[in-house]
Design a protein around this ligand. Structure first.
Ligand SMILES: [Zn+2]
Ligand SMILES: [Zn+2]
Length: 264
């Protein structure tokens, strides 16, 4: 038996762009047959709704509000809810899994991480880093930044991407790197779910804790992706119209031909 999980979700309590409260998602995900969801609100450098003027402890407490609202409702209705977050750098975004509120309270420096700091610290703490929608090309993104040595996996399918080709490119990129792929909805409001436009990952075991998701990624044990048909398929017409920067490629054996994946 497989279990379906949402891996990329925003709440209105914690993400400026979130339209629905944590609790609002619960019944709808249950109805769609999900075993659980991971709340990944925008973190410190991203579109976070929490004031950066707050002392760290208070910032962390408020950052967790959307998650806690979802978790409490999930406990009432029987849907597992896990914690993560999404940090942004220069238009490139990363989903962080495996760390929790208590860890954050002890690590105020996480607000100022570079990509390298992020990868090192998250590994050290037993978590994982997944680059979200690496090939999204949208008005607020001026270049595509790839950090192949600083991620454990790539989000190949993102239901928030406007173009299927972005996901096809992400899949090709992950295959080139030979690293695991994930899928997520990047959902900001429950109506997206009611419209059935939601993605996710299948695991063959029920998650007891977020560390089970980390283990699934690191062990390449995600058994399937829920996407729309053909979502990650290359059609031969994928285009990258933005400059591409490959950051810190050292450390992973990508060879010198990493650029090949962009060539149709
Ligand atoms: Zn957002
Ligand atoms: Zn997101």
């Amino acid at each position: 038996m497989n279990y379906l999980y949402e891996t990329h979700l925003h709440t209105s309590q914690t993400s400026v762009c979130g339209e629905s409260r944590g609790r609002d998602y619960i019944q709808a995900y249950k109805d769609q047959g999900y075993a659980g969801i991971i709340v990944t609100d925008h973190f410190y450098k991203g579109n976070c709704a929490v004031s950066r003027n707050l002392p760290w402890r208070e910032w962390v407490n408020q950052f967790c509000r959307g998650f806690e609202d979802a978790r409490n409702e999930g406990a009432r209705r029987g849907l597992d809810v896990f914690f993560g977050w999404e940090e942004t750098f220069d238009g490139d975004d990363y989903l962080i899994y495996g760390l929790d509120r208590e860890w954050l309270l002890e690590h105020p420096e996480s607000a100022r991480w570079s990509r390298k700091d992020q990868y090192r610290a998250v590994q050290q703490a037993g978590g994982c880093v997944v680059q979200a929608h690496p090939f999204r090309q949208h008005y607020y993104i001026h270049q595509i930044s790839l950090a192949p040595a600083l991620v454990d996996a790539v989000e190949a399918a993102n239901a928030g991407n406007h173009e299927q080709s972005y996901d096809a490119l992400a899949m090709r990129y992950a295959k080139k790197l030979k690293i695991p792929v994930t899928a997520g909805s990047d959902i900001h409001e429950v109506s997206q779910l009611e419209a059935g436009y939601i993605f996710g990952v299948y695991l063959d075991k029920k998650m007891a804790a977020i560390t089970d998701y980390v283990a699934a990624i690191k062990g390449n044990a995600i058994v399937g992706l829920k996407t729309s048909p053909g979502r990650c398929d290359s059609r031969g017409n994928e285009r990258v119209s933005l400059p591409v920067e490959i950051l810190n490629p050292e450390g992973r054996d990508t060879g010198e031909d990493l650029w090949d994946f962009l060539v149709i």
